[in-house]
Design a protein around this ligand. Structure first.
Ligand code: OX2
Length: 797
């Protein structure tokens, strides 16, 4: 049974279910119910609606013996779930009505839900969008990851500087999940390997339990639902009674503490590797549990092990789960008696790997001695995989080299396909990091340009624009985003333009109110909202944006009565706690904001705001309100970007470089609707070869020199001349990310943006053309690509 033939939900039925849960699940009388109680009751009532389609989908998959996709990811940045479910089940209106009949405001209840922040940024959010599309397309799939007790840290600003505190989403009950105590696997670490009767035996030293928690992921109109299965680490032995009886009460808890550490926290790094033992254990922990689980499911259907690739497609989201290759080979050899060759071959036919970055610091590798100590059996298996790879291809690329186990090479060799995440990135994968492996396996690399789910990133977060699109071209775009191109026929229509501006104004008002309530800051909603939201990183160049802000401030002060375009520069994003330069950039942005926002000369023309603790829910408010999207990374460094897609889809033209998916966005929305500047990836590479390029670029730019001079003089740091010497030194001496070389063109392009923004019909046309042109960037298109080119699966309904 699908939701199609389930009894339709009405406001009355939902209301009575909410009341029932309030009483029976929360044990509360409506008179004494708190916001939390109402949220729990609403969530439980909604969750009930998901269960039937979920069961039906599982049943259908078993009955049809359909191939399943297993998406292995260290991160699933899912955010809040109430809206996700009401939108997908098409019951948002009903939920609003039901809550209101109970005297509650639905949107207040929704905003009370903590974000499930089980990810750092793009990589984790992509996994969440993919889960949404897999369910919408009815492709049987499981997401496998870690149920971190603490998601991404909470960011605070103290005197303009980032501080971090632990996030605690599980402090309250996570009402969407079902605990599965019966689904648990022993995961081993350490020990040694012996050879007995020609077989290897692993004698592990340490064991923890991986215990499953399932969250249903429902697709559009509730026609299909898949499972997100997250693993929590638990002790095999709950409690050390001997220690307790000896009076060692702390020691008695040691087994639990040790085990729980593994799923305790999400590593807060984005595109940098963290070579800690705990991280390797986390990776093996969830990967091993997932592989064991999918094998159990496969065998329970009466299949023969040789048939595995016909039933199982495993996607590795970056190298974090790359140990899946050796783990599957180990189980096939040690537990299922396959030959080495057959095991490698079978595993490879199941596995595919997505590369998300070319940054060398992000390419995972483990010291071989550490690796061999934690995973001695896998160490041997990797040596065996390497030998066969070297023999079969004649390649000289090794997986273990200079005392390091290289996870990118491992994932590549063990995958039948390797994909990049934008056209440019996939080409660079072929030409740079994996060029030698590409020569050895020329058919292995392909491209799947990223996408975003239009359910969350337009339909749900932007009701104003959704309504206008429905009124203008109908609703076919809900399931086929490329229908948005029908908007092209209306771009010059004055009444459409006016309605488009009205929708944007509504969203800007909503954001302004949100910021006022949250931080007491007042925004000028008639100003251009210029937004850069993403992790703070040198390659993303938030510092170029803030330096440009200072330059603009200077120009306005030099000539305050000129025809300036008022702007609000909005920043959002976190820096990895150990990334000192990124933290300096945050400090600088906040310092500049404090100075500029208090300048009576410019205060009506230029404002800088940086709301702390950027997350998915904040993105849902900021993105619809944006006028200008900043996608200004150094060309060749942003693998794809997905924030760029969300902003453009919501009618916010891009100022950006030819990097990642920007290239394809520009092609789809039209070059005339994109503000392009900067070096190309090739030019950037060539530039780095020119001795002293950055100092020369700075000295030849009066605008940039002046800005850097002001920072060096302490203009933004209460006279402290050294506060930003790290940034200044970096820019003058080794500006690897070429801020100095792109700055002048960026500044000039911003002035062009100013001029176009004042031409209201022209700007509106551009903004709407962005929405019209972005249909291709639906993650439904991306998932269809993976299904066809990589997984060999398709929709089953
Ligand atoms: C990110 C990439 O930096 C970003 O460009 C891309 O859009 C996203 O992944 C999804 O593909 N950690 N985060 C990323 O890569 C890594 C590694």
């Amino acid at each position: 049974m699908t939701a199609q033939n389930q009894t339709p939900v009405t406001a009355e039925s939902l209301q009575s279910e909410i009341t029932r849960h309030l009483k029976l699940s929360l044990g509360k009388d409506p008179k004494h119910a708190s916001l939390y109680d109402w949220r729990m009751s609403l969530s439980l009532a909604l969750r009930d609606q998901v269960v039937e389609p979920w069961f039906a989908s599982t049943r259908q998959t078993y009955e049809g013996k359909h191939k399943r996709v297993y998406y292995l990811s260290m991160e699933f940045l899912i955010g809040r779930l109430i809206e996700d479910v009401t939108i997908n089940l098409d019951v948002e209106g009903v939920a609003v009505e039901a809550m209101s009949a109970l005297g509650q405001d639905y949107y207040t209840v929704v905003a009370n839900e903590p974000d499930a922040a089980l990810g750092n940024g793009g990589l984790g959010r992509l996994a969440a969008c993919f889960m949404d599309s897999l369910a919408t397309l009815a492709i049987p799939a499981y997401g496998y990851g870690i149920r971190y007790e603490h998601g991404l840290f909470e960011q605070h600003f103290e005197n303009g500087q980032q501080t971090e505190t632990a996030e605690g989403w599980l402090a309250q009950r996570h009402v969407w999940e079902f605990e599965r105590p019966e689904v648990a696997y022993n995961i081993h670490f350490g020990g040694y390997v012996s050879d007995e009767g020609g077989k290897a035996h692993w004698h592990p030293a340490e064991t923890v339990l991986a215990s499953a928690y399932d969250t249903p992921v429902v697709g559009w109109k509730g026609k299909w639902a898949n499972t997100l299965r997250l693993w929590a680490a638990k002790p095999v032995k709950l409690f050390d009674l001997d220690s307790f009886n000896r009076g060692d009460y702390v020691g008695a808890n040691a087994p639990e503490r040790l085990a729980r550490t593994i799923s305790r926290v999400l590593y807060p790094d984005d595109t940098t590797q963290d070579g800690k033992e705990l991280r390797l254990k986390q990776e093996y922990f969830f990967t091993s549990a997932s592989i064991k689980d999918l094998l159990r499911r496969f065998l329970s259907e009466g299949n023969k092990i040789e048939d595995l690739p016909n039933h199982v497609a495993i996607q590795l989201n970056d190298t974090h789960p790359a140990i899946a290759g050796p783990e599957l080979v180990r189980l096939l050899i040690d537990k299922h008696d396959l030959s080495e060759e057959a095991a490698i071959d079978t595993a490879r036919q199941c596995l595919a790997y997505t590369n998300h970055t070319l940054l060398p610091e992000a390419l995972e590798s483990w010291p071989e001695d550490l690796f061999a100590r934690i995973l001695p059996r896998h160490h041997r298996i990797i040596q065996m995989i390497q030998e066969r790879h070297l023999q079969q291809t004649g390649s000289h690329v090794r997986i273990i080299e200079h005392g390091n186990v290289k996870m990118g090479e491992l994932a590549f060799v063990m995958a039948h396909h390797v994909n990049g995440v934008s056209a440019l990135h996939s080409e660079l994968v072929k030409e740079t990091v994996f060029s030698d492996l590409h020569a050895a396996y020329p058919d292995r690399i392909l491209n799947q340009t990223n996408g975003i789910t239009p359910r969350r990133w337009l339909y749900s977060c932007n009701p104003a624009l959704r309504g206008l699109i429905n009124d203008t071209i109908g609703t076919a775009w809900h399931t086929d985003l490329e229908q948005l191109q029908d908007l092209n026929a209306h771009l010059d229509d004055a009444s459409f333009q006016q309605a488009f501006r009205a929708a944007k104004a509504t969203n800007k008002d909503r954001m302004a109110k949100w910021l006022k309530d949250r931080n007491g800051i007042t925004l000028d909603t008639s100003a251009m909202f210029d937004i850069q939201i993403k992790r703070i990183h040198e390659y993303k160049r938030q510092h170029m944006n803030i330096l440009e802000t200072i330059a603009l401030w200077n120009e306005i002060r030099d000539n305050p009565t000129a025809n300036w375009t008022p702007r609000v520069k909005i920043f959002g994003g976190k820096a990895a706690p150990g990334y000192a330069l990124a933290k300096s950039i945050i400090h600088l942005i906040n310092d500049v904001a404090a100075t500029i926002n208090n300048d009576p000369v410019t205060k009506d023309l230029l404002q800088v705001v940086y709301p702390e603790n950027y997350n998915v829910s904040m993105a849902e408010i900021l993105i619809p309100a944006s006028d200008l999207s900043e996608q200004i990374s150094t060309a060749g460094k942003e693998a794809s970007g997905t924030g760029n897609m969300k902003l453009s889809l919501n009618g916010s033209p891009t100022i950006g470089t030819l990097d990642g998916a920007n290239v394809e966005i520009r092609e789809h929305v039209g070059a005339e609707n994109f503000f392009l500047f900067g070096l190309t990836a090739q030019e950037a590479d060539a530039k780095r070869g020119e001795h002293g390029y950055s100092r020369r670029a700075i000295e030849s730019s009066p605008v940039l020199s002046r800005v850097l001079g002001q920072i060096a003089a302490g203009v933004f740091s209460a006279g402290d001349r050294y506060r930003y010497s790290d940034i200044l030194h970096n820019l003058y001496e080794h500006d690897y990310f070429l801020l100095s070389c792109d700055f002048d063109e960026y500044f000039a392009k911003q002035r062009e943006v100013d001029a176009v923004y004042q031409d209201v019909p022209r700007w509106t046309r551009m903004a709407a053309a962005n929405t019209a042109g972005m249909g291709w960037f639906s993650s439904d298109r991306t998932i269809r690509g993976y299904a066809k080119d990589i997984w060999g699966t398709a929709s089953v309904i």
